[in-house]
Design a protein around this ligand. Structure first.
Ligand SMILES: [Zn+2]
Length: 352
């Protein structure tokens, strides 16, 4: 049976056909490494692990890349608060993240790509955006001009004006051309981590660090080229993050679409509210695994359609625990039966 996927870009179920033969290039947004991951993250990564494994099972060759945001304002702020070097903090939580993924049997990712290992590619993209007139420099950094990109809003179905309202709360640089313009390269203040910027033009660009959205397109361009098959992530990343990715890469390459199938997973909620660090209603993967097995968590996630919300509560976990036990018992019975059948066959052969 042909596989169909719901594509956020078209808001339709579409037949799945990779760009090239049976090869699937898959990218999923990875963690920002400043703290332990919680069950909301676990849901996203279990879902895309399942999808990658399903595709492999169906004979596709899956090249699965995930980025690690190892430089970011959150990391810098947390490091200052904890009085540690930002890189030590970032590496520590990258290690913890990978440990959690291993414990959850999430092993389908081909390549984890750190943002700081792709500064050269990021600068190259910013330079090309400057050259093509999609980016401009102001006092605190280089920004993407969303009014220059005609297709802006096609993934999230927002207009530039709606986008402005949503972003203005987060980003308040006064000199920006449009409120919704997002940062590509942020100039570093004294004492902050920074990388030199090799500018293509006579323009002098100060040392700084990459904005969040540009690392993903720099990484995917390096490993997949300017177009690829599947981009995944939790649904809260549709805007502004994934919208920004489309704007950046399609502006640079002139080719569209950047991604053929956009897949977004539903939230893990607690009493109907999204599990989030900012809401303080989270349970870390580590804490969960101290009490229950990884298989319980995987079944808990997988038994619900990946786009639907899942409400987390203790009762639902205990229910899943019982379900898993029944499945295991059933498999054991089948195995026993299979071995009995084998024995009978052997006996028959010997007798014959
Ligand atoms: Zn991302």
């Amino acid at each position: 049976m042909a596989l169909k996927l719901y594509n956020t870009l078209s808001r339709k179920k579409e037949f799945f056909k990779p760009l090239k033969d049976k090869k699937v290039n898959l990218f999923v947004c990875g963690p920002t490494t400043y703290d332990f991951s919680h069950l909301g993250h676990a849901r996203t990564y279990v879902v895309f692990d399942m999808i990658a494994k399903y595709l492999k099972e169906k004979g596709y060759k899956v090249f699965y890349v995930q980025n690690i945001t190892d430089i970011d304002d959150k990391i810098i702020t947390r490091a200052i608060k904890k009085k540690v070097f930002w890189k030590d903090l970032s590496r520590k939580f990258e290690k913890e993240y990978l440990k959690d993924m291993k414990a959850l049997n999430i092993n389908s990712v081909t390549k984890y790509a750190r943002a700081t290992a792709h500064i050269k590619e990021i600068i190259s993209q910013v330079n090309r955006l400057l050259k093509k007139g999609f980016a401009y420099q102001i006092k605190d950094g280089i920004y993407f001009d969303i009014s220059k990109f005609k297709d802006y809003g096609k993934l999230s179905r927002r207009t530039v004006w709606q986008a402005e309202d949503a972003v203005s709360r987060i980003d308040t640089a006064e000199e920006k051309r449009n409120k919704g313009d997002f940062c590509l390269w942020k100039f570093s203040k004294t004492g902050e981590p920074s990388w030199p910027f090799d500018s293509l033009r006579s323009l002098k660009v100060k040392a700084g660090r990459p904005g969040w959205h540009i690392e993903d397109t720099a990484i995917t361009e390096k490993y997949f080229g300017s177009q690829y098959d599947i981009h995944g992530g939790a649904r809260d990343l549709i805007f502004p993050h994934h919208e920004a990715e489309i704007a950046q890469m399609e502006a640079i390459s002139g080719k569209k679409p950047l991604v053929k199938y956009w897949l977004h997973s539903g939230f893990l909620t607690v009493k109907g509210k999204k599990m989030a660090k900012s809401l303080g209603n989270f349970i870390t993967i580590r804490d969960f695994l101290n009490r229950y097995s990884a298989r319980i968590l995987r079944l808990f996630v997988i038994k619900t359609h990946y786009r639907s919300p899942i409400d987390y509560d203790e009762k639902a976990i205990l229910q899943t625990k019982r379900e898993l036990k029944r499945i295991d018992e059933f498999i054991n019975k089948l195995k026993n039966r299979a071995s009995i059948t084998e024995l009978l066959k052997e006996a028959k052969v010997r007798r014959g």
